[in-house]
Ligand binder design. Structure first.
Ligand SMILES: CC(C)(COP(=O)(O)OP(=O)(O)OC[C@H]1O[C@@H](n2cnc3c(N)ncnc32)[C@H](O)[C@@H]1OP(=O)(O)O)[C@@H](O)C(=O)NCCC(=O)NCCS
Length: 133
């Protein structure tokens, strides 16, 4: 489903990784991408995008659940995974929920697309090794 294995190196401040999503074989055309950013060594942020023709089949929730979260769970320093989406981006919010992240609330003016302050809905997942409850 995704060309190549998820990264195995540990996080570093501001490390960013972008992976192409391909169906069938590693040489198939990319139909989307998923990115992992480490703004701080304990915090992984996920971003994603799919071509319109690939949307609505439940692909991205499965990629997040079965590739992104297990990757984070293998990184000892990782204490939190988060997805922040525009509050009006219902499809992205559904990805977070279906993948198993929990809703935390609205961060006002969290994003600044094209200079316009925009609210974000925040979702998070705590790797098993970092849970305190
Ligand atoms: C967000 C995105 C990755 C969702 O991935 P996906 O694999 O299509 O996700 P799903 O198939 O699980 O659909 C998620 C929701 O999208 C909506 N949806 C359903 N069919 C759809 C379609 N054909 N086109 C767009 N959205 C659709 C539904 O609300 C669905 O939720 P539901 O399953 O509860 O009905 C994809 O819509 C996308 O690439 N959007 C543009 C980029 C973007 O917004 N990225 C996120 C930035 S934070």
């Amino acid at each position: 489903m995704v060309a190549g294995a998820p990264p195995t190196d540990g996080p570093a401040d501001n490390l960013k990784r972008l992976m192409a999503i391909r169906l069938g074989s590693p040489t198939s055309p990319a139909i989307g991408s998923i990115g992992f950013e480490w703004p701080r060594p304990h915090l992984m942020e996920i971003g994603y995008w799919l071509a319109e023709s690939a949307r609505g089949c439940g692909l991205m929730p499965r990629i997040v659940e079965h590739i992104a979260l297990p990757y984070a769970a293998r990184v000892p320093e990782c204490a939190r995974v988060q997805i922040s989406c525009f509050t009006f981006n219902k499809a992205s919010a559904r990805v977070a929920v279906k993948a198993g992240l929990g809703y935390e609330g609205v961060l006002r003016n969290w994003h600044m697309p094209h200079g316009v302050p925009t609210d974000a809905a925040m979702y998070s997942w705590i790797p098993p090794h970092a849970r305190r409850d």
